[in-house]
Design a protein around this ligand. Structure first.
Ligand SMILES: NC(=O)c1ccc[n+]([C@@H]2O[C@H](COP(=O)([O-])OP(=O)(O)OC[C@H]3O[C@@H](n4cnc5c(N)ncnc54)[C@H](O)[C@@H]3O)[C@@H](O)[C@H]2O)c1
Length: 341
């Protein structure tokens, strides 16, 4: 196989982003895009990308024998059934995060993937960010010695819509899930214990929807290191995404990405533009790289850089954080028992 035929399910924010990047990759052809809402606007957009078929029935993709791989970019509650069907149809799978809101269902879907022998990559795109990748390389090379502290700041510029929050699975599963993966990635170790504090400080409606908008999450890792993640749904100055790994021999950290490095100095102070606004701007290149590597896995037999187990582990941490918040106590991951089969 030298060219990969792809089907995309879900043509919302992330599905369109992947489609646009994939059409610029000479090694793939998008054969079909599916969404429950097929509008003229969607058809025009797909035609502009040279995609021959738009369908409101995802089964058209599952049943197309010429499609080698499926991108699952629909709402989270559809991921498990779509993974199961794609695996049974023998198609490789790129699935957006999280795989599900229940790590036990994720385990069952991953069992289908294992049984079918297909490749599955999870959409933890931040691992492909140029800054975070460099931090990981330096930690892995032992440049900061033994990791002692992992600090992650992860704040959005504005909360999502109330409709999105209702089905998102909550701040831990929807937003901090990326940070749980980042914590595992940077430390090179599993999380063993979680203690989460949460508050509603941005918008009371978020509280009425049974969610939080602000959190501090403390982590303990199997290698002995400790971690802290701080989350907010609203940073008025833009997307705030910083990390630091502090260890026995030093520290490595990265600051935010800015659209430019211009600084204006006047009698009133030194001013520069805010950080890049949100994930589409900040992580643009990481999305391209994650799909490029997925294609490499299928065409060249490379190892999957972020697999189903990575999703499963992050979901377990999110679940533990939720229990911790509800019960007001630290929760050990060993309390959460199911394995991947
Ligand atoms: N990796 C990232 O940075 C990132 C960023 C945003 C969203 N996501 C994840 O991607 C997924 C989608 O998020 P989004 O922001 O694009 O949401 P969205 O609401 O913009 O898009 C989802 C699309 O899926 C479609 N859909 C729903 N059910 C479907 C079905 N049965 N068949 C076909 N299409 C269906 C909807 O009509 C919608 O167009 C979520 O799981 C989310 O967590 C990941």
């Amino acid at each position: 196989m030298d060219k990969l035929n792809i089907g995309i399910i879900g043509a919302g924010r992330i599905g369109r982003l992947h489609a646009e990047h994939l059409t610029r990759n000479g090694r793939v052809a998008i054969r079909q895009i599916s969404d429950v809402y097929v509008t003229d606007e969607l058809k025009d957009w797909a035609a502009g990308l040279g995609v021959p078929t738009v369908t409101d029935n995802y089964k058209d993709i599952m049943e197309d024998p010429d499609i080698d791989a499926v991108f699952i970019c629909s709402s989270t509650n559809t991921h498990v059934p779509f993974i199961t069907e794609a695996a049974r149809a023998g198609k490789h799978i790129f699935c957006e995060k999280p795989i599900s809101l229940d790590y036990r269902q994720t385990a069952a879907a991953l069992e289908e993937v294992r049984a079918a022998g297909v490749i599955l990559q999870t959409g933890f795109n931040r691992r492909f960010d140029h800054n975070f990748k460099r931090v990981r390389e330096l930690v892995k090379a032992g440049r900061v010695g033994e990791p002692h502290l992992i600090k992650i700041t992860s704040r959005d510029p504005a909360p999502p819509s109330n409709d999105y929050i209702k089905v998102s699975g909550g701040l831990f599963m929807d937003m901090a899930i990326h940070d749980f993966d980042m914590a595992r990635y940077l430390s090179g170790s599993e999380v063993t214990e979680v203690y989460a504090l949460g508050a509603v400080l941005v918008d009371p409606v978020i509280g009425e929807l049974d969610d939080i908008d602000t959190a501090i999450i403390s982590l303990r890792f199997a290698n002995g290191a400790l971690g802290v993640i701080d989350n907010s749904r609203k940073a008025v100055y833009g997307y705030d995404q910083r990390v630091e790994v502090f260890g026995s021999e030093g520290s490595v950290g990265v600051q935010n990405d800015h659209p430019n490095t211009a600084e204006i100095s006047t009698a009133n102070g030194v001013i520069r533009d805010n950080p890049k606004y949100f994930f589409l701007e900040r992580y643009h290149d990481s999305y391209i790289d994650e799909t490029r590597q997925f294609i490499d896995c299928i065409l060249n037999g490379n190892q999957v850089p972020v697999d189903g187990n990575d999703a499963f582990q992050a979901e377990k941490i999110a679940y533990a954080a939720k229990v911790s918040l509800l019960e007001g106590r630290p929760v050990k991951l060993s309390e959460i028992e199911v394995g991947i089969g």
